[in-house]
Design a binder for this molecule. Structure first.
Ligand code: SF4
Ligand code: SF4
Length: 313
């Protein structure tokens, strides 16, 4: 059996230079708020380990999380996510279908028993098994089977982390989050967001490969490096909030000048996420910079938390 290349060997084969590799390690350390001394440790981990076998299951979701990660078009932390892992099964991206796809999944789970990463996108219906099935297997059974021998589990997006839109009142399918259905003690991390920040996913996987554990988490199992502060804390409109300068319409002169969008329903003050610092689309912008308030998408049950356009107070 041939020895799989390490992550750095794989990237080298893909055309990545040594300089870009070290830059990736430095950017990841910075994104994870790790000291600069950890860059060499990250580099050593990626130089010595193969890409982790990964099973990616899509349940009740819009596949927006996957779409978001595929849209990155520059050599960034986002783009490298799919190069960092060995994607053995992905409902949305795989070319295989039917029995051959399911065979690939079970073979990958057996070959990597106890060592594969399980990534879940979407909530899991629990009211009736027939609400959502893959190859005749209910989402719930599929999840429990895959979680049994996973090394660690990542719930990607707000649906997998908290139930998302499928769980919004009246929750007709009995949608539940990954954490609610996990019956073993496998390490679980939530990366909520609608969609989640791709850099947060890349960052926590690199951390797990380097240190063998998830980074520090908050009480909702979210990595503190990305969810330790509110969007409001780092918002470019914050100075206007402090001065009491609030836009009253999305197209008024104040909004265009950069005044705060609080009166237009912005949920930034109670939303924990790193959008204002990492930004979106390879660092181009984030919602408040583009002129719209935060919807609170990385907080539990945000679909049921009143109107997106009603002020918090
Ligand atoms: S626009 Fe929202 S996040 Fe930005 S300062 Fe105003 S309330 Fe805070
Ligand atoms: S700004 Fe708010 S609603 Fe928009 S992606 Fe970030 S956390 Fe979600």
């Amino acid at each position: 059996m041939s020895i799989p290349p390490t992550i750095s060997q794989y990237w080298q084969h893909q055309g990545m230079s040594r300089r870009d590799f070290l830059q990736f390690c430095a950017m990841t350390a910075a994104a994870m708020a790790l000291p600069i001394t950890m860059v060499s440790r990250i580099a050593a981990a990626l130089e010595n380990q193969p890409r982790p076998a990964t099973i990616w299951l899509n349940f009740q979701d819009c596949t927006g999380c996957t779409e978001s990660m595929m849209r990155a078009d520059a050599p960034s932390l986002e783009r490298l996510l799919f190069d960092l892992i060995s994607l053995d099964y992905h409902h949305t991206l795989q070319a295989a279908a039917g029995e051959s796809a399911e065979l690939a999944r079970t073979q990958a789970m057996v070959a990597n028993e106890g060592n594969y990463l399980l990534i879940v996108e979407g909530s899991i219906p629990t009211d009736q098994a027939g609400y959502a099935t893959t190859a005749g297997v209910s989402n719930q059974d599929l999840f429990i089977e895959a979680a049994e021998n996973a090394k660690a589990i990542i719930a990607i997006g707000t649906c997998a982390s908290y139930g998302g839109i499928a769980r919004a009142y009246p929750n007709p399918t009995g949608a539940k989050s990954v954490g609610e259905l996990l019956t073993n003690n496998k390490p679980l991390i939530n990366i909520p967001g609608c969609p989640p920040l791709p850099v947060a996913i890349t960052g926590v996987i690199v951390h797990f490969l380097t240190f063998g554990e998830w980074p520090l988490l908050d009480n909702l199992q979210r990595p503190l490096a990305f969810f330790g502060r509110t969007v409001h804390d780092r918002c470019s409109r914050r100075a206007f909030y402090e001065k009491g300068l609030f836009a009253s319409r999305f197209d008024d002169p104040g909004a265009k000048t950069g005044w705060c969008l609080y009166q237009l329903g912005c949920k930034g003050p109670f939303t924990y996420n790193a959008c204002a610092t990492t930004k979106w689309n390879d660092g181009v912008s984030f919602p408040m910079e583009a002129g719209h308030g935060c919807l609170g998408c990385s907080q539990p049950y945000f679909w049921d938390n009143d109107s997106f356009y009603r002020p918090l107070s």
